[in-house]
Design a protein around this ligand. Structure first.
Ligand SMILES: Nc1ncnc2c1ncn2[C@@H]1O[C@H](COP(=O)(O)OP(=O)(O)OP(=O)(O)O)[C@@H](O)[C@H]1O
Ligand SMILES: [Mg+2]
Length: 602
């Protein structure tokens, strides 16, 4: 062995200068027994070091053996405990805000005991000391340290302690805690060294796991956004797709509640879709203007660590949840809505990475929302264009032809010799006039139907009332208007007119047994002092006629019996009289059915 010369035993047994040069020294004077013991010890410690190295290497290899973060942390704790013969080991992950622990993995304490101990440590006492000052720490008696916080009930006794921070580059990720060295002794400086080496390897393994999990998470968010886009494009109902978006975002964000918020016309925000816990309570709710809604509408993301303790939270229900994240859904610099997720109380706050992912998800959902909006607009436009064309055709072709026919008939009537023919042709002309009025009404309806933004005029309200009566009547009444009804009839008169119309239609449905009902609103009549029309000739105006509106409902039913009880009809009269008009009834054309009239001054 080449290394023998520097052993101290040799140095001590150099031959004395005064001794004879060729004398073989006594064996005992060489101190060979000491030498052998020394060599044996050295060999043993070398073997121990080799063994330790071996075990350290094994531990390092095992620590990096998988990518699941939780399993990796568990392997680090187990490896460290084996390496230094510690009975217990734990790994505390420092919370993202730097205060306390967000995760605590322990080995050596079985589940039953752990359950008895209850809550995991949050990072006070010695654990906290290591968080505040991330340096290796070796103690022979944990309890004797002034920083010690003591143990909770059922906790096993722990005396010797070795703590070592785990760093990922410059960031302290967490700490390794080892306690109760087997064999009774304290942890040695060598223990500290190997744990230090393991901690360095652990940092790398943890970073790999985190990157891997980050990648997985990203993938899930992207897949989630794609699912929403697919749903938006495959259904013409944006509603369905938005419900899916609420579900997706809740799952992706590990949240208890996911919501889609849409702006209202008056500049507030409403929970349009919700998924998860308490979804049925929040759906349809308006967010108070002093809540995060205002910031969201301004295009800002809002993220709170704990709503149950945050003084800025004004929504009562929110107080029973924990971390919250709200991000705007922006497309073409317009906030189309917002995505909001709430985690349960005590859950981990949202990280910056999660916030970014949620923002990307929201902007994709917003883009798709825009696309769906565009598709719907296009479809509606096509329908409107079609209606416009039909309305034009009706006006230019059908009405003109009816007019021409009417005039031809009138000409024929003038030349007719037999009086009965004259009368009949006259009736046909009247029918044609009525038909022309109906076609006009249809044209108007075509041009105004379903325009969500069209104002609710008297015309549309009368039409709606008549459509609603169709169910009770069994057929749709015909409706016609004479004169600029909506510009002449005021709001108050209009409301009374509609009430009268409703009563008249209900009477026709309940009592008349009619097969036809006609409704006419004429805003060109003039009324005398009793509220009865005076006819349209200028002379009547001279007689004091006042402009008024006349509502007529005609049916071909059984007619109103004489002397019956009147209630609804009396009400009609009262309403009319209050407006300077009148209401009365008479037999219908040719003495058949009923004609009820109602007037009011304009
Ligand atoms: N269009 C009609 N055709 C035939 N009979 C009618 C018609 N309108 C009313 N009547 C008769 O006139 C009566 C009085 O009508 P009115 O509207 O005043 O009262 P009602 O309809 O019976 O009760 P209410 O209107 O209070 O519900 C009715 O009971 C019915 O017999
Ligand atoms: Mg009635």
């Amino acid at each position: 062995m080449d290394s023998t010369p520097d052993l101290p035993a040799f140095a001590a047994s150099e031959p004395e200068p005064d001794q004879a040069p060729h004398r073989v020294p006594e064996i005992s004077s060489l101190g060979l027994d000491t030498l052998v013991t020394e060599v044996a010890e050295r060999l043993q410690s070398a073997a121990a070091v080799t063994d330790r190295m071996q075990r350290l290497l094994e531990a390092v290899v095992s620590v990096g053996a998988g990518l699941d973060l939780h399993a990796t942390l568990h392997r680090i704790a187990t490896g460290a405990a084996e390496l230094v013969d510690a009975r217990y080991a734990a790994l505390g992950v420092i919370a993202p805000n730097g205060h306390g622990l967000s995760d605590f993995i322990h080995v050596g304490i079985d589940d039953a005991v752990a359950a008895e101990i209850g809550e995991l440590p949050v990072g006070r006492g010695i654990l906290g000391a290591l968080i505040d000052r991330p340096e290796p720490l070796r103690l022979t008696d944990l309890g004797a340290d002034p920083r010690s916080f003591g143990f909770p009930p059922h906790h096993p006794a722990m005396k010797t302690f070795l703590g070592e921070p785990i760093r990922i580059r410059d960031e302290v990720f967490g700490n390794l805690y080892l306690t109760e060295k087997r064999g009774g002794g304290a942890f040695t400086p060598e223990d500290e060294q190997v744990v230090h080496a393991l901690a360095a390897a652990a940092g790398v393994a943890i970073e790999n796991s985190r990157l891997y999990e980050e990648g997985l998470r990203r993938e899930r968010w992207i897949a989630g956004a794609a699912a929403v886009t697919t749903a938006l494009l495959s259904t013409d109902q944006a509603e369905v797709a938005l419900t899916i978006a609420a579900e997706q975002v809740r799952e992706l964000a590990d949240a208890a509640l996911g919501m889609i918020l849409l702006p209202t016309v008056d500049g507030q925000m409403r929970v349009a879709h919700a998924s998860g816990e308490a979804a049925e309570f929040v759906r349809g709710e308006l967010l108070p203007p002093d809540s995060f809604a205002a910031r969201l509408l301004a295009g800002e993301s809002v993220h709170l660590d704990d709503m149950s303790t945050d003084p800025t939270v004004v929504i009562r229900l929110a107080r029973s949840f924990g971390p919250s994240l709200a991000v705007p859904m922006v497309a073409a610099s317009r906030v189309l809505g917002g995505l909001c997720v709430w985690r349960p109380r005590g859950a981990l706050p949202f990280t910056d990475g999660e916030k970014q992912l949620a923002e990307t998800f929201a902007s994709q959902a917003a883009l798709a929302l825009r696309l769906a909006e565009g598709q719907r607009d296009q479809q509606r436009l096509a329908v409107f264009q079609d209606r416009d064309r039909i309305a034009r055709d009706l006006h230019d072709l059908v009405i003109q032809r009816l007019f021409a026919t009417g005039m031809m008939l009138e000409g024929a009537a003038r030349r007719a010799i037999v009086p009965e023919v004259k009368v009949r042709v006259g009736e046909a002309v009247d029918e044609l006039d009525a038909t022309i009025q109906e076609v006009r009404t249809t044209i108007y309806a075509l041009q105004h139907d379903d325009h969500g933004d069209a104002p609710d005029t008297l015309r549309t309200r009368v039409l709606r009332e008549c459509s609603q009566a169709a169910a009770a009547l069994g057929f749709k009444p015909s409706v016609s208007f004479v004169g600029p009804v909506e510009s002449l009839v005021g709001e108050k008169t209009g409301r009374q007119l509609l009430a009268a119309l409703r009563e008249m239609l209900s009477n026709a449905a309940r009592h008349a047994r009619a097969s036809r009902v006609g409704v006419e609103v004429d805003s060109t009549v003039h009324l005398d002092d009793d509220g009865r029309p005076v006819g349209g000739d200028p002379e009547s105006l001279d007689r004091g006629g006042r402009p008024g509106v006349l509502l007529t409902v005609t049916d071909d039913g059984v007619g109103i019996p004489e002397g019956g009880r009147l209630s609804g009809l009396r009400n009609l009269t009262r309403r009319a009289e209050a407006l300077g008009g009148d209401a009365w009834h008479e037999p219908g054309p040719h003495g058949r059915g009923t004609r009820v009239r109602w007037t009011a001054r304009l």
